[in-house]
Design a protein. Structure first.
Length: 131
């Protein structure tokens, strides 16, 4: 019963406010709302990623992660990983390219796993066979 009374009171107040607003005020309120809502949607859309899209922050984090993985691969003294490409999406690192042995492929995957912010390594490196 109490909810009905407060609901009726709210409706009464809203009706009074709406009826006391002039046509120009209602038009201005409508134009303002229609202008501000798309702006809010645009700016909030930039900040939120989905399962298949990255937010701006995620994109920057992934670029940094890719750079750190590339640096770690190039710092390896045993193998040279010049033919290995690194792509990162939401912390998942994909390695691709060519190496000359299975040991190099495995080593590249292990190096990438040790880099901070790497959640997963997908090792698609191809081992060249001798001709």
């Amino acid at each position: 019963m109490e909810n009905d009374t407060s609901s009726n009171t709210t409706r009464t107040i809203m009706n009074k406010v709406f009826t006391t607003m002039g046509k120009a005020q209602r038009t201005f309120a409508l134009i303002t709302a229609l202008t501000v809502l798309p702006l809010i949607a645009t700016f909030s859309g930039c900040a939120v990623g989905s399962r298949t899209e990255q937010s701006t922050g995620e994109r920057m984090d992934d670029r940094n992660t890719s750079s750190r993985v590339k640096e770690a691969l190039s710092a390896d003294t045993q193998f040279k990983f010049d033919g290995v490409n690194v792509e990162t999406f939401k912390g998942s690192v994909q390695l691709s390219g060519f190496v000359t042995s299975r040991e190099q492929k495995d080593q590249a995957g292990e190096i990438a796993k040790k880099v901070p912010a790497v959640k997963e390594v997908i090792n698609n490196i191809t081992v060249k066979t001798g001709n």
